[in-house]
Design a protein around this ligand. Structure first.
Ligand SMILES: Cc1ncc(COP(=O)(O)O)c(C=O)c1O
Length: 345
């Protein structure tokens, strides 16, 4: 049995999703002619309480378009030191938008409003790059997949706005956060000018993310999507999968969180392992293995040994990640826990 915990992006479309894709009316979306794409964009914009939305191939493109559409080359952007935008998007902020990224760290993904305000350069002193945009992330992958409390995000966004900055939320896994808090997407999106959301992670669609915001920002993002080669033609088959996922897979995210909890508790009982897990955690379980453990003493063999027994995880150097998702069953979870118990005694 293979249990693939490497990411929540490894899921395969269900039969029902494939049927929805096959049935979808399509057109050329670069001409704005695809009714299924248009309906999805309208649906998500409405649910997020924003004027417009743009379907894009990936979360990375949604974030990069948000940067490009709301800044000019030479501007500064404030973001979290462990954010996806800073660390895992190939240097796109510099290469695509010519931005200076100023990173601020915290253990829990939250950024202090007063601290942010004190860092803003208003552009009057020519020595400094003018600060134009604040980017936050929820759930926060680099901080362990935690839900960042809405109140702290709202205070940070408010401080940024008061200093004249635009605000973007990387909400690749915002659906997971909402499954924990019970908050509506509209409420979660309200403090931000733009929000990116992914359909291809916990929701289980094969491809697709979306950027929501006001008409003029989304119109600019649309232009840059074309420039970067992100215009897709009969994308309705992808929009249909995303729409199906939104309708049918949101409620079940709580199951992934429950299974993550079971896995975290089991790992927590192993003397050689430490678990980063608490009440605000979602579908990502980060854990550590002691340096003195036989699987770490002569090079890191944790990932390879688990894989030999059909349990696929990521990480290294003592810190590892297991992502729970649609394709992990209770049997798979039981098998994985057995394997990890045997390996990490
Ligand atoms: C927080 C966060 N933002 C953005 C992305 C990028 O998404 P994609 O892989 O679709 O480009 C990811 C991917 O895992 C992510 O974790």
């Amino acid at each position: 049995m293979i249990v693939d915990f490497r990411s929540d992006t490894v899921t395969r479309p269900t039969e029902a999703m494939r049927e929805a894709m096959a049935r979808a009316p399509v057109g050329d979306d670069v001409f704005g002619d695809d009714p299924t794409v248009n309906a999805l964009q309208e649906r998500v914009a409405r649910e997020a309480g924003k004027e417009a939305a743009l379907l894009v191939p990936s979360g990375t493109m949604a974030n990069q378009l948000a940067l490009r559409a709301q800044t000019s080359a030479g501007d500064e952007v404030l973001l979290h030191a462990r954010s996806h935008i800073l660390n895992y998007e190939g240097g796109g902020a510099a290469a695509i938008s010519g931005l200076l990224c100023r990173a601020i760290d915290s253990a829990d993904g939250a950024l202090d409003g007063a601290r942010l305000s004190s860092l803003v350069h208003d552009g009057l002193d020519p020595h400094h790059a003018p600060t134009r945009l604040l980017c936050l992330e929820n759930t926060h992958n680099g901080c362990g997949g935690v839900v960042v409390p809405h109140a702290s995000l709202a205070v940070a966004a408010q401080a940024a706005r008061a200093s004249g900055l635009r605000t973007h939320l990387d909400g690749a896994r915002l659906w997971n956060a909402l499954a924990v808090t019970g908050q509506s997407l509209r409420e979660a999106a309200a403090p931000f000018d733009t929000v990116s959301l992914c359909f291809s992670k916990g929701l289980g669609a094969p491809v697709g993310s979306i950027l929501v915001g006001d008409h003029s920002t989304i119109a600019r993002a649309h232009r840059f999507r074309k420039m970067l080669g992100g215009g897709m033609r009969q994308a309705g088959i992808l929009a249909a999968a995303a729409d199906h996922a939104l309708t049918h897979h949101r409620a079940r995210l709580a199951e992934d969180h429950r299974r993550a909890d079971v896995l975290a508790r089991a790992l927590g009982e192993l003397p050689a392992a430490g678990v980063e897990y608490g009440p605000l955690h979602t579908n990502l379980v980060y854990f550590t293995v002691d340096a003195a453990h036989p699987l770490r003493r002569d090079g890191d063999l944790v990932v390879a040994s688990a894989a030999e027994h059909g349990v696929l995880i990521t990480g290294g150097g003592g810190r590892y990640r297991a992502a729970l998702h649609l394709d992990v069953t209770n049997d798979g979870l039981t098998h994985a826990i057995d394997v990890l118990r045997r390996l990490l005694v």
